[in-house]
Design a protein around this ligand. Structure first.
Ligand code: T3D
Length: 259
């Protein structure tokens, strides 16, 4: 169905795999479209309760495919970001379902931004991260200027973006860029196991939690408190909330349905 990615669903977990391994899964306009399309399908499929995002081959994603730039093709960078990259980041962060990324190899430029826009990040011990933008005379984009200082602090964000040094998965874990590092061969299994675990939890509450955090990061405390009250009112209406309460009172394991 797709040329540059694959989308597979197994029970409640959908897996998107970037699939241009010979180009280290570099982004093209078609990949932008296909990713947004896959995420839109996932958004509308109530059976899907968690997502895994990974790359095929030895890389996770090398960012923008530089071949087009190399050929001297005239590119409208503003349009490329607004129409190509930004909708992907908006889709990932706006999706009210948990997204686990399995960073299976190097992530560069917008490839790092893509990983940062996912909710939980599992990296292979062979993975690495490079804010490659500076090496091609560009500003970090696709959300990196927003995510990086929030995740690693301003000082480290400046260092990573200005020097563009490639850091290992262990270093990425140490600075707070990712959640865990696992042996290379197990990265997809570990990410899928995490996604499967998340898919068994109250999906609506998790989706609203994600929304609350993103809103909270750009709001005052008063606004965040108001927002929590509003989202809690919605969570309290869900089947899973009632199931959670019943299970607690009946001293049994809850059977959440994601609704
Ligand atoms: O339009 C815009 O530019 C605006 C949007 C910008 C968003 C961005 O993402 S800007 C940043 C773009 N990405 C980069 O600058 C990263 C470029 N790649 C690298 O720095 C390195 O390839 C890596 C650090 C990712 C991996 O290094 P390494 O040594 O493991 O692999 P390699 O030998 O450099 O690459 C292997 C092949 O993949 C090679 O092709 P070949 O020689 O085997 O035919 C290389 O050219 C190709 N490749 C790697 N990255 C890209 C790429 N081809 C096209 N585009 C790439 N981004």
């Amino acid at each position: 169905m797709y040329e540059t990615i694959t989308l597979k669903t197994n029970d409640a977990v959908a897996t998107i795999t970037l699939n241009r391994p010979d180009k280290l899964n570099a982004f093209t306009p078609l990949m932008h479209q296909e990713l947004v399309d896959a995420l839109t399908i996932i958004e509308g499929d109530s059976h899907v309760r968690a997502v895994v995002l990974t790359g095929n081959g030895r890389a996770f994603c090398s960012g923008q495919d530089l071949t087009a730039v190399q050929t001297g093709e005239s590119i409208d960078y503003q349009a490329l970001l607004k129409e190509g990259y930004n909708p992907i980041i908006e889709k990932l962060t706006g999706l009210e379902k948990p997204i686990v990324t399995a960073v299976n190899g190097v992530a560069a430029g917008a490839g790092v931004s893509l990983a940062l826009a996912c909710d939980l990040k599992v990296a292979s011990d062979k993975a690495s991260f490079v804010q490659a933008f500076v090496h091609v005379g560009l500003v970090p984009d696709s959300g990196s200027t927003w995510f990086l200082p929030r995740q690693v602090g301003l000082a480290k964000a400046m260092e990573l973006a200005m020097l563009g040094e490639r850091i290992s998965a262990d270093e990425a874990l140490r600075v707070g860029l990712i959640n865990r590092v696992v042996p290379h061969e197990t990265v997809l299994d570990e990410a899928t196991a995490l996604a499967t675990r998340l898919a068994e939890l109250p999906t609506r509450a998790i989706g609203l939690t994600k929304r609350a955090f993103y809103q909270g990061m750009v709001s005052t405390l008063s606004e965040a408190l108001d927002n929590e009250a509003e989202l809690q009112a919605r969570a309290s209406q869900t089947y899973d909330h009632h199931e959670g309460i019943s299970a607690f009172l009946e001293k049994r394991k809850p059977q959440f349905r994601g609704k």
